[in-house]
Design a protein around this ligand. Structure first.
Ligand SMILES: C[S@@+](CC[C@H](N)C(=O)[O-])C[C@H]1O[C@@H](n2cnc3c(N)ncnc32)[C@H](O)[C@@H]1O
Length: 406
């Protein structure tokens, strides 16, 4: 314990753990670069993009901060053991040797999340089972009891990662996936994942320096993520402090509180003075969007309109339009090709050169019917669906009326 004097008062600080270690932030395919930028901005060192993940170095403060404020991370993992195993018995023996009692409480719950590649461990399920057995057997031998397995909501989530014979065990410091922000009170039929929504906005390069609009906003995920960015609200502000690292033996409450206070103090610091608009044809989903916005206390920051997209002009001035139209997977549209054609016409006729449109879709056939050439195509995944995020730049001449000046 360190006693520090602050304005005549004595304040106790538990000693801060400044030891640096390697961490892995998991993300979605295509968002690695934006996540790497987020981590660098937080002071992460040795940042390296992997596939669906970013590795970096930092201390416990950074682990707390990355969990609280990274918009494009799904989980922050802390590696704690690495070894070679040539078969399942060696995997069991090596896992058994680790001092699990220093990490997991005997009365808590745990689960193993495994990924394997290579020719030795061909079934990730069996590798996970062997690992679970080794941990349980060690506890039983030492304490005559063992922590229970809970595959839904375990206190300790352990990631088992095997490439050929190389085994890495990592502790998930986030617990529930970080896309569960806590603001979603109502869900539309096909809401986009919050991490994907934030990642798409970041890929557009929007710096909260102009208007933002989603003409097919559904339950409002893109709008809420945009409004959170515009207000500098940490990604997990509404999560209620639900993080797995709080159950760790090394958890430092004062350090965590300090990080949270530092991040919360930035709220509102951007002086955002532009418009955020949403539109949807379905009044029911708009009501859900409004409920979510009200929960997040962002309803005054976002205007919602009801109608078909071709009737809704964007706000005046420079506007970034980011949208997630139906792909025909979960929302059935009679003629998706015709709808995409109408979308293209709307971009040309209703949106002016002040607008830049970004649209995500997994329907590569319907995409061709937009009738405009995208200036960028970025590969992303919406769940299992391979998608493209398309960028359309609109020039004077694409808008009716201005065409004669072209
Ligand atoms: C994939 S969902 C969008 C989901 C949204 N991003 C969210 O997170 O909830 C597509 C939305 O397009 C809307 N939609 C379909 N046809 C439309 C039209 N002609 N004009 C405006 N919205 C439309 C649907 O009502 C639906 O909410």
């Amino acid at each position: 314990m360190i006693i520090q004097k602050e304005g005549g008062r004595e304040i106790a600080h538990e000693t801060r753990n400044t030891v640096k270690f390697k961490m892995i932030a998991k993300t979605m395919y295509g968002l690695e670069e934006v996540l790497a930028d987020e981590l660098r901005a937080m002071g992460a060192e040795e940042v390296e993009c992997l596939t669906r993940a970013v590795s970096f170095v930092g201390d416990m403060t950074l682990l707390y901060r990355a969990n609280y404020s990274c918009r494009t991370a799904l989980a922050i993992l802390k590696p704690f053991a690495e070894f070679e195993a040539l078969d399942e018995q060696q995997l069991y023996d090596q896992v058994y040797k680790l001092k699990w009692e220093k990490i997991i409480d005997v009365d808590s719950t745990f689960m193993i999340d495994s990924t394997t590649s290579g020719e030795v461990f061909t079934h990730s399920y069996f590798a996970a089972l062997k690992t679970k057995d080794a941990i349980a057997d060690r506890f039983r031998k030492m304490f005559n009891r063992r922590p229970s397995v809970d595959t839904e909501n375990a206190d300790f989530k352990i990631n088992l990662h095997i490439v050929d014979t190389h085994v890495t065990l990592l502790l998930n410091s986030s617990g529930e996936s970080l896309h569960k922000r806590g603001y979603r009170q109502a869900v539309g039929i096909a809401p986009i994942n919050e991490v994907l929504a934030a990642g798409m906005i970041m890929l557009t390069g929007w710096k909260c320096d102009c208007n933002f609009m989603d003409p097919m906003c559904g339950s409002g995920t893109l709008l809420i993520e945009a409004a959170m960015m515009a207000n500098n609200i940490p990604a997990q502000y509404y999560r209620g402090g639900n993080f797995a690292f709080k159950r760790w033996k090394e958890f430092n409450l004062l350090e965590w509180k300090m990080v949270r206070e530092q991040e919360d103090r930035k709220i509102g610091s951007l002086d955002f003075e532009y418009e955020i608009w949403g539109n949807d044809i379905d009044m029911g989903v708009l009501e859900q969007a409004e409920k979510n916005l009200q929960y997040a206390k962002l309803h005054k920051d976002v205007m919602l309109y009801n109608g078909s997209f071709e009737n809704q002009e964007p706000p005046e001035g420079r506007t970034i339009i980011v949208t997630n139209p139906p792909y025909g997977e979960r929302i059935k549209i009679e003629d998706l090709n015709a709808m995409y054609e109408k979308l293209g016409d709307t971009f040309k006729n209703l949106y002016g050169e002040q607008c830049e449109v970004w649209l995500i879709t997994s329907d590569f056939e319907a995409m061709k019917h937009i009738g405009l050439h995208p200036s960028r195509k970025i590969q992303l995944y919406n769940g299992p669906l391979e998608c493209r995020l398309l960028k359309f730049e609109l020039y004077s001449g694409s808008k009716k009326g201005a065409a004669t000046n072209a």
